[in-house]
Structure formats: C-alpha cells, structure tokens
Design a protein around this ligand. Structure first.
Ligand code: KG4
Length: 351
C-alpha cells in the first residue's frame, strides 16, 4: 500500500511516499530555517505563508521522486496536531481537498506519534510487535516527553517537561551566545573539543524538597530546562566579556552535557521502574551525538536494546506520518473522519 504523507505542523514543508509503512520511496522536505534565522526562532506568519507557497511543489517532488502519481497512490495521510494552528491548517486543507478530489482515504496522524514511530523507518528495523512494550524518549524543538508504549497506538505519558523543551533550551542557549539558529546542531559543533565538566550547569528538578509539586506525573520522570537557561545567562553576564575559543567550547560542552544528563537520567529511572523490551529516542534533539552516546552506554549497562531514529527522520518529515498511517490501516484504526486540526493534540490511544 502506497501512502502520500503531508506534514506542515511547524517550519518544515514536507511530503513523502511510503510503501507498506517503512519502504520510503521519497521524502521531500523544504526547510524554512533560513527564513526564520534572522528572528532567532520560528515566526508563525512566515511559516504559514511559506507552506502555502511551497507545499504544491513539495508534493509534486515527492510523487515524482517516488515514480508515482496522484492516481497511483492508495491513500493520503496528514498531520492534524499538535503544532502551530495556521501551519497545520495548510497541510490539512491541502490533504483533505486532494483526498476528496481523488476519492481516496485520508488518514489523520498525531505529529508526536509520527516522531515516536520514526525509529521504524528503515529496512532493518524490527517489527513494532517485536519491541513492545517500549519506552520512548521524544525530544524535539517543541516537546520533551517520556512515553511508555504498550503496543502500537497505546501510549502512557510518564513525564514531560514542565517548562521548555530540550530543543528549545538549545535554541535559546545559542541565541544567548550569539551563535545563530537552530541552536542544537550549532551547540553540538561548538562543543567539540570542549570540557563537559568545566561548568556545573543545573540538571533540572534535582532538588526533591524544593517547591510544591502540582503536576500529575512522577516528578522523577519530568524535565525542567528553564533554570538551566537562566544559569547560562547568569554565567555569561558574570563573565563581563563575550566568550570565545576554548572558553566558548567549554560553555557549550557543559551546557550540552547538562541537557544530555537530564534526559538520560530520566530514561534510566523509567527503565528501572517499568519492564520494557526496548527503549527508543526520536525527535530533532535525538540527532545529538553526545545524547546518542549516553543512551548507547545506558543500553549496554542495562542490556535493554536501544532503537535510535535514523538521522533522516529525526527532524520533522512526512515519511513518519505516512508510516503511522499505514499502521492505522493495518490494524483497522483508520476509520475516524478527519474533522479539523488540533494544535494542542495530546497523545491518545487508538482504542
Ligand atoms: O523535531 P524537530 O524538527 O522539531 C519539532 O518537531 O518540534 O526538532 C527541531 C529541534 C531544534 O530545537 C534543534 O535545535 C534540534 O531539534 N536539533 C538538535 C540537533 N539537530 C537539531 N539538537 C541537538 N543536537 C543536534 N545535532
């Protein structure tokens, strides 16, 4: 079954054709990074206009690269949330219109499910059934969560960030250090050769007695990155000069280390608390090599297999959306008629 996926939840305009859930025939992406860079973050109005402008040609490119046509695909899939409302609307409206015009089914997909599923987007990936129950660490620009996946379409949110997402913390740090946007890859590059122990930045929520806990999730499995960001700001202010060279490398390495430690520690705690067959990491921040190393180490210590998202599918893409849609069809859960977009969509079970 060939599915044309469409994804426009934030600042990537993406379309892909995927056969039988994991055979990616094409994966076309227009990244708007250059357009948002002057502002140091995503500007929703620019993102929306750019989706309107680019989506038709990105869909054409995906079909052409896959050697398919509108007539030859079997179904369409689209992200309906979470994300920026106006961005979501562009892809959703296009997909709905195409599906009606072509008389083909349209399957709506949760963006976070797409990220969690992206670890299966490679030929040698195990079948989902072989690795569940699985613990998933989802780390992107807009979200940081720990999810227990009992089976495909059955999710239990164990913890999430109570303020910034990990990617956001990296993007903001790069802005403080005047390094550019997006921060994750720049901080990683600048951290090369730096000392990760040079500055002890806070790991977030590491003082159990401080403050009243008002959230419904286990405090030990939640993240907080806003204190880390303030700590960096204070550190840089106290320097009284703009850090460069070795000093800048040490700051980036220490900051990156704090984020990777905070993430890995929560994964370790969850692996102790819940019995799983495997654990996984996906989302834009899962590109980070230091985080990958730490999770690999955790896997060899615990003996629990780790599934890492292939780099091509870490940041936003439409292949992961078509991948989830295929599972919905395979398991007979594709019935719901797409109503509208939902910018605040949570992970919900298919049953
Ligand atoms: O998954 P994604 O495209 O965004 C959302 O769906 O929200 O991820 C974007 C995020 C950005 O915050 C970016 O700085 C981060 O992923 N990122 C990285 C790396 N590459 C991208 N973070 C750390 N290390 C990287 N190599």
């Amino acid at each position: 079954m060939k599915i044309l996926g469409i994804e426009t939840s934030c600042d990537e305009t993406a379309a892909a054709v995927v056969e039988d859930g994991r055979n990616v025939l094409s994966n076309a992406i227009y990244s708007q990074i250059a357009k948002h860079r002057p502002y140091g973050g995503v500007v929703p109005e620019i993102a929306t206009r750019s989706h309107v402008e680019k989506l038709p040609s990105i869909i054409d490119e995906a079909l052409k690269n896959a050697g398919e046509t509108y007539e030859s695909i079997d179904a369409l899939a689209v992200t309906y949330g979470p994300g920026l409302a106006s961005s979501l609307l562009i892809g959703f409206t296009a997909a709905k219109t195409l599906a009606q015009r072509l008389g083909k089914p349209l399957i709506r997909v949760n963006h976070h499910e797409g990220h969690l599923h992206s670890i299966f987007m490679r030929d040698d990936a195990p079948t989902p059934e072989a690795v569940f129950p699985m613990l998933g660490l989802l780390v992107s620009g807009g979200d940081s969560s720990l999810v227990l996946m009992h089976k495909i379409g059955s999710y239990e949110l164990l913890g999430s960030t109570i303020d910034d997402a990990a990617g956001e913390a990296l993007d903001k740090a790069a802005a403080v250090l005047n390094l550019g946007y997006p921060g994750g890859p720049i901080i990683q590059k600048t951290a090369e050769g730096g000392n990760p122990a040079a500055i002890r930045f806070p790991r977030g929520l590491d003082q159990p007695d401080r403050g009243k806990w008002i959230y419904k999730y286990d405090r030990n499995l939640c993240f907080s990155f806003s204190g880390l960001k303030t700590s960096l700001l204070t550190h840089v202010k106290n320097l009284n000069h703009v850090p460069e060279g070795g000093e800048l490398r040490d700051i980036c390495a220490s900051y990156q280390e704090a984020i990777c430690d905070a993430l890995t520690l929560r994964v370790e705690r969850a692996l102790k608390k819940f019995e799983v067959k495997s654990f996984a990491c996906s989302g834009g921040v899962s590109m980070n090599s230091r985080l990958r190393d730490k999770l690999e180490q955790l896997s060899s210590i615990t003996g629990i297999p780790l599934l890492l998202c292939p780099p091509a599918y870490c940041t936003d893409n439409a292949a992961m959306i078509a991948g989830v849609a295929y599972e919905k069809v395979r398991l007979g859960r594709d019935g719901a008629e797409p109503g509208d977009v939902n910018p605040n969509l949570k992970l919900i079970d298919w049953e």
